[in-house]
Write a protein that binds this ligand. Structure first.
Ligand code: UD1
Length: 423
């Protein structure tokens, strides 16, 4: 199994291009189920999760082809509406095929995702919303079995979600594009990926207004058609590179980024002492000296993203002072703490709050990635730790970061992928 070997202490310098957003591309691939025409997506990152979604769709008879950063999907040959446990358990985001399958084919059988490393993550809001749109849903043998009963189509409805859910909002928005009449989703997630998905769907002929706000209105149409769409830049990848630059006292420019989607992250980096310049599609970060400790609290967009919490904790580990990190989205998202402690970090946990006391230096050790963003935090910590850090189980990292070690090497980091167990 692959692992990463990092020799810390090198400030990152230079420029790197940001990849397309995993969390937008995955949903757009599922949106390909909504039409029999071809959907061509460019700026699709090369990631294990994208491959998994491709396999899931291919298993249903969808033609999926990749040519460099463009992925085309064509679902005129759809012959199955089932998403198996084997695939869903490896990638929870598979749940986003549920809404499109129901809207397009009138039925779906999608495995319940079950638990995951970062918390319980139920899908009750997805199901409640689809029921409001007229779907009949039952749980059978671990699967969500949904159909339209005696109805021909889903029916537009007003849906108020109990909490803000990103994939829930996306599932309902996609389902509603082909419903009869108007759907309004209140308390919708405002994440930029939701707005990007809506823009892609509108390009396919959908009539969606308000995506990016907490009230999305969808006027159902009879059919969607093919389209070409360029996926937005990945804001979490961008943020991860910025933290890596900051922790090493580096000077890095990110190209092809979307600074406007990163306000909360850039604010916290500035508070930590980074100098940041940004244009329309680039960001430059320069850090001189030791970072300052910052407090932060994760919350739905536009507040600080839970997907950047672990990386900021790594930064806090070597900061000057004490910072409190409050995680309000997922109940079990401090799995990286025990691993960061193996590198010498001083972190205490009380419920959903981590108190991070900065130490002068971290020391390299063998650590284990537990989930996607936790992996990134360990790599980031390894970049400043004394000596060698070995990060094990990096298949988590490969789910969400395209050739992370090669791109960090390009910035001067001493990091390599190694295939065997160290002695
Ligand atoms: C998405 C992102 C993930 C990010 C998360 C929060 C994708 C593929 N993943 O995950 O990277 O960390 O948003 O920004 O886009 N909840 C319920 N019932 C539901 C749905 C959610 O109780 O039906 C809860 C969850 O357990 C969690 C919270 O709501 O506590 C937010 O989850 P949600 O926004 O749905 O996360 P995902 O869409 O799974």
């Amino acid at each position: 199994m692959d692992r990463l070997r990092i020799r810390g202490g090198q400030p990152l310098q230079g420029s790197v291009r940001v990849a397309g957003a995993k969390n937008a591309a995955l949903k757009m691939l599922a949106a390909g189920l909504l039409t029999t025409d071809e959907l061509a997506l460019s700026n699709v990152p090369m990631l294990a999760d994208i491959t998994t979604m491709g396999r899931l769709l291919a298993g249903m008879g969808v033609k999926v082809a990749r040519d460099r950063d463009t992925v085309t999907v064509r679902s005129d040959g759809l012959h199955s509406t089932e998403a198996s446990y084997d695939l869903v358990k490896t990638m929870r985001a598979s749940i986003v095929v549920l809404g499109p399958l129901l809207a397009r084919a009138g039925s779906a059988r999608v495995s319940l995702p079950g638990g995951c490393a970062i918390g319980a993550r139920p899908v009750d809001q997805h199901l409640k919303g689809l029921q409001a749109l007229g779907a009949q849903i039952r749980i059978e043998h671990g699967y969500i079995v949904a159909d339209l009963g005696s109805n021909r189509r889903l029916r537009g409805a007003r849906i108020v979600t109990d909490l803000v859910t990103v994939t829930g909002t996306e599932n309902l928005m996609m389902a509603a594009t082909l419903a009869d009449g108007q759907t309004v989703i209140e308390n919708a997630a405002r994440e930029p990926e939701v707005a990007d998905l809506a823009a892609c769907l509108n390009r396919m002929g959908a009539r969606i207004r308000g995506a990016g706000t907490d009230r999305i209105a969808i006027e159902g149409v009879d059919r969607l058609h093919g389209a070409q769409y360029r996926v937005m830049p990945d804001r979490i990848e961008t943020g991860s590179f910025l933290v890596a630059a900051a922790i090493t006292g580096g000077d890095v420019r990110l190209e092809g980024a979307a600074p406007a989607t990163l306000d909360a992250v850039l604010d916290k980096l500035r508070e930590a002492g980074a100098e940041i310049q940004a244009g329309e599609d680039w960001i430059r970060l320069r850090m001189v000296g030791r970072p300052r400790a910052v407090n932060l609290r994760t919350a739905p967009y536009p507040a600080f993203p839970t997907d950047m919490q672990a990386q900021f904790m790594a930064l806090g580990c070597v900061a000057d002072g004490v910072g409190a990190i409050v995680e309000t989205i997922f109940e079990n998202r401090f799995m990286h703490v025990l691993e960061l402690q193996r590198l010498g970090a001083d972190i205490g946990i009380d419920g959903n709050t981590a108190i991070v006391r900065g130490v002068a230096r971290l020391s390299g050790a063998r650590v284990m990635a537990t989930d996607l963003r936790a992996s990134a935090s360990l790599v980031i910590a390894g970049l400043v730790a004394d000596g060698e850090t070995w990060v094990d189980r990096i298949y988590h990292l490969d789910r969400g970061y395209e050739r992370m070690e090669q791109r960090l090497t390009q910035l001067g980091a001493r990091i390599e992928r190694v295939g065997s167990t160290p002695a």
